[in-house]
Write a new protein. Sequence first.
Length: 322
Amino acid sequence: MSDRSAMLATATDSNEAWGKLWRAGVLHSCSTAIDGNYDGRIAAFWQACFDGVAAGHRIVDIGTGNGALALLAKQHAEARGIGFDIHGVDAADIDPPRWASDAASFTGIVFHPRTRMDALPFDDGSVALVISQYAFEYSRPRDATLREVFRAIGPTGSAALLLHSADSLISLTARQQLAACELLFDETAILDLANDWISGLLAGRDATSIQQAFHQASARVVAGAAELPEAAILRKAFHYLHATLERAQTAPAQALHYLSDAREDLEAERVRLRHLADAILPLPELDDLHARSIAAGYAASTLAPLDQQAGSRMGWTLVVSP
């Protein structure tokens, strides 16, 4: 497979993995840490960005997911008694009104599924504000996406990006989550053992040795959970395995089907975590994005860390302004 083909295959896998998350109805990718829409200093940052947008002007959220930022922009406009022309763009097959619990809240927002960040469907200089939270940095190549943002906002528009950074809590959590995935899928292969154990029971085979191996793997995973306190995927895996074994007592065939669905969910999360790890930006790359923005004529551009609370680094903000 060529490098280009490999990149396209990886992008397809990632888009589908993210699509699974959005179809689950979560509003944003931080849903386990933030209940509802973004709040605190994150929300305050976005409110300040929206303050500078005039009535009727266009806001485009790139990498919108299930439209959390687009929804914040709409709510901000409504609070001011005005309206924005709001669009959400994502490479995944998104449909926020379909998957969200409150579809009516998205009325008036236009979503563009299966649309790359470096190929935005907007005329030159037609966008007042491009926004992105934990999305721009996933684009490949980033240079092309940055140029596309500059094209869309033209010489008078602005962009605001909240970016994953190597010094953030999200980066720490991602490292632990990926270590947990290695424990689940590679070191212990505990899902395979559960499958073999139940398959043996269903076929009437002696599953004693597999059962013993499963219990040994379980003990290792429990120890891993203590070593990786931020690895929520282990808690999810425990839930799935417990539910599988409960079902196996009375309906082993049903348990195998449940386990297959559980594995698919966990593997999709592993793909998203790998995608996240590749997107995390070290400070020199953040500085480079800032420098490129200034060099492109956006002299008032600023780069700054964003802490949700003291000691809780959530990433860095890049505000591109003329």
